[in-house]
Design a protein around this ligand. Sequence first.
Ligand SMILES: Cc1cc2nc3c(=O)[nH]c(=O)nc-3n(C[C@H](O)[C@H](O)[C@H](O)COP(=O)(O)O)c2cc1C
Length: 205
Amino acid sequence: MVNILHIDSSPRGERSHSRELSKEFVSSWKAAHPEDAIAYRDLGRHPVPHVNEAWIAAAFSPPETHTSELTEAIRISDELIDEFLAADRYVFGVPMYNLNIPSTFKAYIDQIVRANRTFAVEAQGFRGLVEGKKAVIITARGSDFSATSPFAAYDFQEPYLRAIFGFIGITDIQFINANSLDEGDARTQSLSEARAAIQDLITQW
Ligand SMILES: Cc1cc2nc3c(=O)[nH]c(=O)nc-3n(C[C@H](O)[C@H](O)[C@H](O)COP(=O)(O)O)c2cc1C
């Protein structure tokens, strides 16, 4: 049995393409693997807090020195990390906002990328502690950022997500990028390509 953590980050509901596609991935996966457990977090509708001064003080000091205020400052981070580490695999639905990820997803990343929990600081440098996991990241973009597009170099979303999840140890990441979703006719084709990629990945993941 595999534990999957499914996260959406669009603030949109029915209109959201990333939400629709990530749901399609997870329901197809569940149909093929009914024994697997799926936890769900909706950052679009229920954002997590930004880190603040108390959070930083707590995250970078030994737990045994924490006052009750510092313990409380990282309580949500601890809960999010516990949930994150309990999963074997991840499915993320992520809109492109201003060439990158929505701030809700960034706030989540800031909560879970934490020294001694998801990465270690060692004499030789940083080491990711989240080993042996896989991720599928389904992105939704209004314009075309595919490799042959003139805008390819402006895709700061996939490179950033590869870098930050790689930093904590997750390097097995499959991207399904639905481009051109605000471009009329191109949208239909892009959505059908994304759906085909989802079905392909279900058989191989
Ligand atoms: C605040 C905001 C910023 C956006 N920035 C970009 C962008 O930089 N590039 C792009 O191609 N589309 C951009 N879009 C369009 C969205 O990526 C597109 O509508 C996508 O489908 C949103 O995901 P969703 O359908 O899951 O809500 C932006 C949309 C919003 C609301």
